[in-house]
Ligand binder design. Sequence first.
Ligand SMILES: NC(=O)c1ccc[n+]([C@@H]2O[C@H](COP(=O)([O-])OP(=O)(O)OC[C@H]3O[C@@H](n4cnc5c(N)ncnc54)[C@H](OP(=O)(O)O)[C@@H]3O)[C@@H](O)[C@H]2O)c1
Length: 228
Amino acid sequence: MKKILIIGGSSGVGEAITKKVAANNNVIATYRNNFKENTENIEYKEFDVIENQPEKLEIDGPLDSIIYCPGTINLKPFHRFSEQELIDDFKINVIGFLKILSFFKKNLLNRENASVILFSSIAAQKGIPFHTQVACSKGAIEALTRTLAAELAPKIRVNAIAPSLLNTPLSTKFLNTEKKIDANKDRHPMKEIGDPNDIATLVDFLINNQAKWMTGQVINFDGGLSTL
Ligand SMILES: NC(=O)c1ccc[n+]([C@@H]2O[C@H](COP(=O)([O-])OP(=O)(O)OC[C@H]3O[C@@H](n4cnc5c(N)ncnc54)[C@H](OP(=O)(O)O)[C@@H]3O)[C@@H](O)[C@H]2O)c1
């Protein structure tokens, strides 16, 4: 069985991925606020990418994949973001990830078909008003996906998924009335909100050997919104 580290495995997409990949792999999943009990194949550890250092996770052995889920959706006109808000957002999305990968790169090396999965957003490639903060951080994630894929090939594959609106706790404020749900479904060509369980299936493919020739890719997962 492979050993998979999931940062942010306690909610939303990370929770769905944790459950999916634990069917066939040993998983170490982290939580920040949403405490989770260990189950068969899943060991949970408390971890905050801003407050803590990766040593706290106490992982010594080899890892086959790292999946990094923490992210944010803070929307407002660009001039209303404070410098500190932009820095905090960048820390969760980008610096936190680099901290984790810098520390655990040694655990991934020398594994057959090691891989890293990141999360971008539709707002990195498509211009959407009031998405300055998301665009800054996720634009960096997409650039990092290609840079790191080049730097780490052929030992470690690096890919990202760029979703549009998903049904998770992070997006509750956009989906808390029937009117908002209908409007958000309607603006997607496929007329639905994204399902975290579908992303989990995509991640399960990306970490497996059938994806061994895929690296440096950003995969749009957005009901057709980015291209149609
Ligand atoms: N939801 C969407 O519509 C959407 C759209 C585009 C892109 N995305 C991206 O997809 C990814 C997953 O989103 P999601 O909707 O699943 O988010 P979510 O429901 O908020 O889940 C985020 C996960 O990361 C953990 N986390 C948050 N901040 C953390 C920190 N500082 N340190 C350590 N762990 C932290 C959370 O832990 P606790 O819950 O235990 O605190 C949780 O397990 C994010 O990168 C997001 O930007 C989401």
